[in-house]
Write a new protein. Structure first.
Length: 476
């Protein structure tokens, strides 16, 4: 059980008393930092009244409450010099990077909680000008008019795209900390992960509202790496990447997560569980897949209103086990498939999906490679309403291996799966929705833009209902 934050101190420190202005133009970082220091010495409360408070990086310390008034807004500065790099941690290879997907100053945040305990953040809003952290570029292939293009994904989209700059701050960063509560807080237009938690435990997220721009790269909602004992409830997450991601990066285990009564909307995956991508581990992990595992995950009574995938489970260098998904109502709008499980190295096992409804673009993809294993997967009382929509290679699956979300099958594909049980699983096939992109003129444009050999045949040939390869399945 998560303990309540002790309220021994009743001292309240208003940031205005330390010189904060709150006009949205004056930098108030120093005043906030002073209020936090005083509050930490007395187990007190930092109070942020209504207003727009422009700040850079602030560090919350142990045994404090950080309370924002209902209309209080923390406005993240647009300037790189107002942010500090995360405290160095020798166990985290990511923080040692000088160059990478997040740029040359990849790890900074507006609100930072490091090596702290008993911290509560409540109320108010954290907002960024995310366009300040992106460069605008034209998107060239297949111009339809001045404003829109028909891109590779067959959807109308703006004739430009935003590429992230080298410096992008996160909204909230929690590392090596314990007993942290975030309640009734809104986060908007975050330039990269909204909340990233590393090697922390006893975390509570309730009534957190996240809304990120669709064009933002890596715009995750709640991202957890090597965290334990996490409770997430009544959250509304509109992300531009994974709504909730749980992984074993940071070289440790993630376990005991309870997610319930949440609403998800994204262009990528609603829920992603994975092992891999950690720079501190080699690909094989010397076979110690349990050391880098994700386990004991329960997700219930949630709704996905939009996404490319509902549930993605992938093991690259660690085990994933004991996952319970129950009472989900899901709608999939983009390329992908409802459920995807892939094991490159390590074992995925003990997965139960029950009482779920999927309005989707594909039933499921389950594939274990040479050094991976998928075992003991159960789907019970699940309904799939499949409307095949245009996506590359989604209709043609000669070997059952997908290379990307837009190559996922329409039907259910299983390769090297042990003990897959389907109990009262219903699949309803709706009429396919293929746009007029299949005209000869359009096909020639696509092939010219992307290459005849890469694209191949874009005209759908057939839609499979089920493909099994070296797999054991029981149906009831």
């Amino acid at each position: 059980m998560l303990k309540e934050i002790p309220m021994k101190g009743l001292n309240v420190y208003n940031v205005k008393d330390f010189g904060a202005v709150g006009d949205g133009k004056t930098l108030d970082t120093q005043a906030f930092s002073q209020a936090i220091t005083y509050a930490s010495q007395t187990q007190g409360t930092v109070f942020v009244p209504n207003g727009v408070w422009l700040i850079g990086t602030i560090y919350l310390k142990s045994n404090i409450r950080f309370v924002m008034d209902e209309n209080a807004v923390l406005k993240g500065s647009d300037k790189k010099e107002h942010y500090e790099r995360y405290p160095q941690d020798e166990n985290n290879a990511y923080l040692k990077r000088e160059n990478g997907p997040y740029g040359t100053m990849p790890f900074c945040s507006l609100v930072c909680v490091d090596q702290a305990e008993n911290v509560e953040i409540t109320g108010g809003k954290i907002v960024f000008n995310d366009l300040a952290f992106n460069d605008k570029h034209p998107l060239n292939p297949i111009i339809l008019d001045e404003e829109y293009i028909q891109g590779i994904q067959y959807i109308r989209q703006p004739s430009y795209y935003y590429h992230p700059k080298q410096h992008r701050p996160m909204a909230v960063y929690i590392s090596r900390s314990e007993n942290i509560v975030i309640k009734n807080v809104a986060l908007e237009k975050c330039p990269v992960y909204s909340v990233w938690c590393l090697n922390s435990e006893k975390l509570i997220f309730e009534q957190v509202r996240i809304k990120n721009s669709k064009y933002q790269w890596n715009g995750d909602g709640l991202h957890f790496s090597a965290c334990r004992h996490v409770h997430i409830a009544d959250c509304n997450i509109d992300a531009s990447d994974d709504c909730i991601a749980i992984d074993s990066n940071y070289g440790g285990q993630s376990y005991d997560f309870n997610v319930k009564n949440c609403l998800f909307k994204t262009t990528i995956h609603a829920i992603r569980l994975y092992t891999g991508l950690d720079l501190s581990m080699d690909e094989s992990c010397n076979g110690d897949y349990e050391r880098y595992s994700v386990s004991n995950i329960k997700i219930s009574d949630c709704k996905v209103v939009e996404g490319a995938g509902i549930l993605l489970i992938c093991s690259f260098d660690g085990n994933i086990r004991d996952v319970q998904i129950e009472n989900l109502e899901c709608k999939q709008s983009y390329e992908g498939t409802a459920i995807s499980m892939s094991a490159k190295a390590g074992t995925i096992s003990g997965i139960q999906i029950k009482n779920c409804k999927f309005d989707c673009n594909g039933v499921g993809y389950y594939c274990a490679e040479k050094n991976g294993r998928i075992a003991s997967v159960q789907l019970e009382k699940c309904q799939f309403s499949v409307t095949p929509k245009t996506k590359f290679w989604g209709d043609d699956f000669p070997d059952g291996l997908a290379t990307h979300m837009f190559s996922m099958p329409y039907a259910m594909v299983c390769k090297n799966v042990e003990d897959l049980t389907l109990n009262e699983v219903y699949v309803h096939w709706n009429d396919a929705i293929f746009t007029n992109t299949y005209s000869e003129e359009y096909a020639n444009k696509v092939k010219e833009a992307w290459g005849e050999q890469r694209l191949g045949e874009i005209e759908p040939k057939y839609i499979q209902t089920l493909q099994l390869t070296n797999s054991d399945m029981r149906c009831f």
